[in-house]
Design a protein around this ligand. Structure first.
Ligand code: HEM
Length: 211
């Protein structure tokens, strides 16, 4: 085993461990896997993701300065397209509120935040199947955001992990802190189904308090 491979698995294991509770809570709170998933719930989730990505995508691009890595990972336009299919006008989309972003200062911190959003493409494939089953939207129209990179999702994830692998071990803690901060922002910002875990509310309120 090379040093790089060891570092990658150590950092990834750490990231998974520290973000697992946040991931679990968010997964349950969104309601996107419900049998009773309705179009309004789905649209609200897309609108809130839009409010996050609109500020986050340019912030990440400015700090990381890595077009070859980031350009194929841009997804704001997919949210735009899905919302149009769901009946939102360009004006309505433009007026959507913006999410307060996690504080990111440099490329190392961006990697932590990117881990969360790239990882979400893995779950997105599961969500896409449920949206298709209940609402009829698919990766061709109406559910392009969650369809993500389609058949290339696994390859895109592995390429991202290779980039993560290049991070020096001394950045590991800051990367993990920013991954957690990103999850907390989203938990605070994304809509939660009414009966979702009270703990998720507590976590979101804590994120708000800590700005
Ligand atoms: C209903 C909602 C969701 C479901 C069902 C879901 C499900 C999943 C699944 C099945 C995986 C792959 C696990 C594996 O292969 O070991 C995954 C990974 C991941 N998801 Fe989610 N997810 C959801 C929402 C989210 C959201 C909203 C985010 C963040 C924006 C997120 C972030 C991640 C991350 C970072 C990983 C990578 C974990 C790792 O392997 O290191 N997920 N998710």
């Amino acid at each position: 085993m090379t040093t790089g491979a060891w570092q990658r698995s150590a950092l990834l294991t750490h990231l998974r461990t520290v973000t697992r509770p946040a991931h679990h809570l968010l997964e349950g709170a969104l309601g996107l896997l419900d049998e009773r998933l309705d179009q309004d719930t789905y649209k609200q989730v897309l609108e809130r993701f839009y409010g996050f990505w609109r500020g986050w995508e340019p912030q990440v691009a400015a700090l990381l300065q890595d077009g070859p890595l980031l350009d194929p990972r841009r997804r704001l336009h997919l949210l735009d397209a899905d919302l149009a299919v769901l009946g939102s006008s360009a004006c309505a989309v433009d007026a959507l509120p913006a999410c307060p972003l996690p504080l990111l200062h440099d490329a190392a911190e961006v990697l932590g935040s990117l881990y969360v959003m790239e990882g979400s493409t893995l779950g997105g494939r599961v969500i896409q199947r449920n949206v298709e089953r209940h609402l009829g939207f698919d990766g061709g129209s109406g559910c392009t955001y969650f369809a993500g990179y389609g058949a290339s999702t696994g390859m895109m994830w592995r390429l991202f992990l290779a980039r993560l692998d290049e991070a020096p071990a001394t950045d590991a803690e800051r990367i993990a802190t920013c991954a957690t901060a990103t999850f907390e922002r989203l938990a605070c910002w994304l809509p939660r189904k009414p009966d979702s875990d009270a703990q998720s509310r507590t976590m979101s309120d804590a994120a708000l308090l800590h700005g």
